[in-house]
Each structure stands twice: as C-alpha cells, then as structure tokens.
Design a binder for this molecule. Structure first.
Ligand SMILES: [Zn+2]
Length: 51
C-alpha cells in the first residue's frame, strides 16, 4: 500500500494517510476536523453580525 505525507492546515503537523484516501483526508485528526468546522461556523456568524 502506498502512503502519502500531508500537512494538517489546523495544527500544522505532518501525518501519513493511505494514498487512496488522500483526497478525503485533510486534517490529521477528527479534533482538527471539528476545529475547522467550528471555525467556518464562527466566521459565518461574525459576518452576519458585522453586516
Ligand atoms: Zn491537525
């Protein structure tokens, strides 16, 4: 099996994923995924408040 090294956009750490799931694996852990999703929600809310 082939492995690909990726960099997590949330915490910046490198992690290794299987090549066939590389497109789906963006964050190193589910924790970082939830942080990313929470960030998007917060940005939307702050946009609503500023408008
Ligand atoms: Zn991470």
């Amino acid at each position: 099996m082939e492995y690909v090294t990726k960099t997590c956009p949330i915490c910046g750490s490198e992690f290794v994923v299987l090549e066939k799931v590389e497109g789906k694996a963006i964050y190193c852990t589910l924790k970082c995924l939830s942080v990313a999703q929470g960030k998007v929600k917060r940005e939307k809310v702050s946009t609503v408040i500023s408008v």
